[in-house]
Design a protein around this ligand. Structure first.
Ligand code: UFG
Length: 370
């Protein structure tokens, strides 16, 4: 790692879709980055591509360890070898459907993974954690647009429950010890890819999520898109979501880091989930802050399909199927809090998201492996 005055951030799951884009933004902001990833659902090629994007000088500020976060001993060695300022914790399983089939694996990996990371970190005096949460913690949301004040609801699957449990664990850590600094980032639907076309979403097997499915139909790997229901109470009957460009989302993590550092915002975050803590003599913030990361705009499945047709330049075949169990009609964020408190706002629109997804997919039809 090159000599640098900047802080070192440990990014667990840093080779994954959101993790890799976040690492690029961190390096471009001159942070040092240590990635810990077991590559169970990601490729080492993503690490090479990150280096390629940021250039050789900044690439020197990146170190990668192929480690599973459940391996406390190996993780401890990372903390011994690096002066970690904060952790951004992405490592975890994320397939909603699979989580209903493998609940034990999901609870074990996601919840024990977070606890192991927090435990090892605490033993090395690291109490700053930015957590990769999800709008799934709002369940069937009590109101839309969803503010951070919207109550956490019963989640509909084990994956969502792991996110809610991890949020509670991190909140209780601060309740017990006000040296903790926790930011819980609740993502809406991340899509798109880095504009270079070098990194993007590379799901294993048949994609569960809409965008990778659509892009694989566009590139000819899958036959037709299955639209899950067109009888929802939405303008065109198909499900409405708040899609956010993954680069905007990645920048939301840098904003959260700045918030912890006390360089943006007032620190007086107040809503049902956040707990305001003290600011220390170095100006660093303590407490639990919750932020939605979305665009505030809802887009339907059919609108996505048509935007993608524009991006790839040809029509995309689709069929209407029954609703997918567990899906809700509509889901989009109120993002005022992230704007006023962190100075963060999503910049890219659906057109740009689809263009970037298409560039990634067409340049890498088989993902990182081909
Ligand atoms: N959809 C289709 N066909 C598909 C896939 C999805 O019509 O092949 C529809 C869904 O019914 C939904 C929309 O496209 O209306 C988006 O579905 P995704 O599966 O892409 O995303 P979800 O909103 O279901 O789930 C996402 C994340 C989860 C997170 C959840 C809640 O993938 O991790 O948002 O915020 F938990």
């Amino acid at each position: 790692m090159a000599a640098s005055n900047q802080k070192t951030i440990l990014v667990t799951g840093g080779a994954g879709f959101i993790g890799s884009h976040t690492v690029v933004e961190l390096l471009q902001q001159d942070y040092n980055v240590v990635i810990v990833d077991d590559l169970s659902n990601s490729s080492p090629i993503a690490i090479d591509r990150i280096r390629q994007i940021v250039g050789s000088q900044r690439a020197d500020n990146l170190v990668f360890y192929q480690i599973n976060v459940l391996n406390a001993e190996a993780l401890g060695k990372v903390f011994e070898d690096h002066d970690i300022f904060a952790i951004i914790h992405f490592a975890g399983f994320k397939a909603v459907g699979e989580s209903t089939q493998k609940p034990l694996e999901y609870y074990w990996n996601n919840v024990t993974g977070l606890m192991t990371t927090a435990n090892v970190a605490r033993a090395h005096g690291v109490k700053r954690i930015i957590f990769s949460s999800s709008a799934t913690v709002y369940g069937e949301p009590a109101f839309i647009p969803i503010t951070e004040d919207c109550p956490m609801a019963k989640t509909t699957n084990p994956y969502g429950e792991t996110k809610a449990m991890c949020e509670r664990i991190l909140t209780d850590l601060f309740r017990a010890d006000d040296e903790y600094s926790v930011v819980l980032l609740r993502y809406f639907n991340p899509i798109g890819a880095h504009e270079s076309g070098l990194i993007g979403e590379d799901p294993a097997g048949i994609p569960n999520n809409l965008l990778p499915y659509v892009s694989q139909v566009a590139v000819g790997k899958l036959k037709e898109i299955h639209v899950f229901g067109n009888d929802y109470p939405t303008p065109d009957g198909t499900g409405v979501r708040d899609y956010i460009h993954v680069v905007d989302l990645a920048r939301g993590h840098v904003a959260a880091l700045r918030w912890l550092e006390g360089t943006v915002g007032t620190g007086t975050v107040e809503d049902a989930a956040s707990l305001v803590g003290p600011t220390d003599e170095e100006g660093l913030r303590h407490g639990v802050a919750v932020f939605n990361l979305g665009t505030g705009t809802g887009t339907s499945v059919l609108q996505i399909i048509h935007a993608f047709e524009e991006a790839c330049g040809h029509e995309l075949p689709y069929v209407i199927d029954p609703r997918r169990p567990g899906d809700i009609a509509e889901n989009y964020a109120a993002c005022d809090k992230a704007r006023t408190e962190m100075g963060w706002v999503a910049e890219y629109d659906i057109k740009r998201m689809c263009e970037d997804s298409w560039r990634w997919q067409s340049q890498n039809p088989n993902g990182f492996e081909g």
